[in-house]
Design a protein around this ligand. Structure first.
Ligand code: ADP
Ligand code: MG
Length: 402
């Protein structure tokens, strides 16, 4: 399918280029007043025509920024040359106004601003030449109404800027939307798959656990062997714990009680719990809630969300570093930020967050964030990670204000 579209696009591209080359060569060879003279200007016209045509034909093979820049420079030189070479053809001025439009086709903002600035400088130089050196001999129409011509030029550049700006915003929005859909789809399918596997594993685990329990009570086993049994039971309990934890969240459950939660209380409560469990390796947590912030959610789930995120922040931090937890009311939502200056993540790592069992920790389960994503989605909130490798991470949670 993709190849089919590429072929169609290429066909369209080459057909358009063919038409452009035919039009340019018509300008060169049909009724051209400079053709018979074979002067320097006309020779330059031929050279730039050949170079520009070659660039346009070769472009699909070298889609690099440098090549795009070369095309813009060659095209600018071409249009300015024909402007000065054929003053009787007043309409070449229109081409000068629309040179930056070429870079719109490349959808490259740097290149667009580059050509906009380059074109404004070039037109200033061209107009200065016409007014001060040529004094309107070859371009009387520009000198007669200089202000009108400048206004037309500036107007055309503003129109081009608006076209570029609006279409790039739209493309950006589409891109973000597409990425979100992709992310959600991946979470959904992997989540379902993982839930199915977890469910199937739970049954045999229960059977093994039951038998081990029986054997521990059996006097015929010697105490040394029995010690291993309790170790095995411990491990099975951990596995069981992970699985039930996972399954309660993999299952949609809308019957949980909703509370209007005072965010400040929960943040304080969660940090107290983390302190008392000794989970903080000499790290401090600084809570800062600016205003009365409330969120409507099930309090157990909300605590679980904050606990997971703060725990991750602490685990990513080096010993002694502080994790900041802040909350404030912004317009009609409550924003909670969990900020650490720990190991941070690369762009690729951030993209994988929330995928079940994605973990970089030796003892991690990779379920924490998956659960966080589900809780946030359930209460119509958003979660966003800003992270720089080796510098730290900021998690931004937003919930509608009740
Ligand atoms: P776990 O904590 O069990 O590994 P999570 O789903 O909570 O599972 O996190 C998944 C992974 O995301 C972590 O292993 C870690 O690599 C990364 N991560 C999450 N939060 C942070 C953070 N604040 N800083 C750096 N990495 C993080
Ligand atoms: Mg975690």
């Amino acid at each position: 399918m993709k190849e089919f579209y590429i072929n169609i696009n290429l066909k369209l591209y080459y057909s358009s280029i063919l038409i452009i080359i035919i039009l340019m060569s018509m300008g060169l060879f049909i009724g051209n007043p400079r053709m018979g003279e074979l002067g320097v200007g006309y020779s330059w016209h031929i050279v730039l025509f050949v170079v520009l045509s070659a660039c346009l034909v070769l472009y699909p093979r070298f889609e690099t920024q440098i090549f795009r820049m070369i095309i813009i420079l060659v095209a600018s030189s071409y249009f300015y040359l024909i402007f000065f070479l054929y003053p009787e053809t007043w309409s070449t001025f229109i081409f000068l106004c629309f040179i930056p439009a070429i870079s719109i086709f490349f959808f490259d903002s740097k290149l667009f601003y580059f050509s906009l600035i380059l074109n404004s400088l070039s037109i200033t130089a061209a107009f200065s030449y016409i007014i001060f050196i040529d004094q309107g001999k070859i371009f009387p129409q520009i000198k007669i109404d200089l202000l009108g011509n400048i206004a037309n030029f500036v107007g055309s550049q503003i129109i081009l800027y608006l076209i570029f700006y609006l279409s790039s915003i739209r493309i950006q929005k589409l891109k973000t939307y597409y990425e979100q859909i992709q992310h959600q789809e991946r979470l959904k399918t992997t989540g379902q798959l993982a839930a199915a596997v977890a469910h199937e594993i739970r049954n045999p685990l229960t059977v093994v656990q039951g038998f081990l329990q029986l054997y521990t009570e059996d006097v015929s086993f010697n105490p040394d062997v029995k010690r291993n049994f309790s170790l095995m039971m411990e491990e099975l309990k951990t596995a069981e714990h992970v699985i039930s934890h996972f399954l309660t969240f993999a299952k949609p459950d809308n019957e949980k009680k909703l509370n209007t939660i005072d965010v400040k209380d929960v943040l304080q409560n969660v940090t107290d719990i983390l302190y008392s469990y000794g989970l903080l390796h000499d790290n401090k947590i600084e809570v800062n809630v600016l205003e009365d912030c409330y969120v409507v959610a099930n309090i157990i789930e909300f605590k679980q969300l904050i606990t997971n995120l703060v725990k991750n922040a602490v685990e990513a931090s080096k010993i002694g570093e502080t994790v900041f937890v802040q909350a404030e009311k912004i317009k009609d939502y409550v924003e909670i930020r969990i900020i650490d200056s720990g190991r941070g993540m690369s762009e690729l790592e951030v993209k994988s967050l929330g995928t079940p069992f994605y973990t970089l920790k030796s003892k991690g389960t990779g379920l924490g964030l998956m659960i966080c994503y589900q809780i946030v989605e359930k209460y119509h909130g958003t979660i966003h990670f800003q992270s720089i490798l080796d510098e730290g991470t900021t998690v931004i949670l937003r919930f509608p204000n009740p």
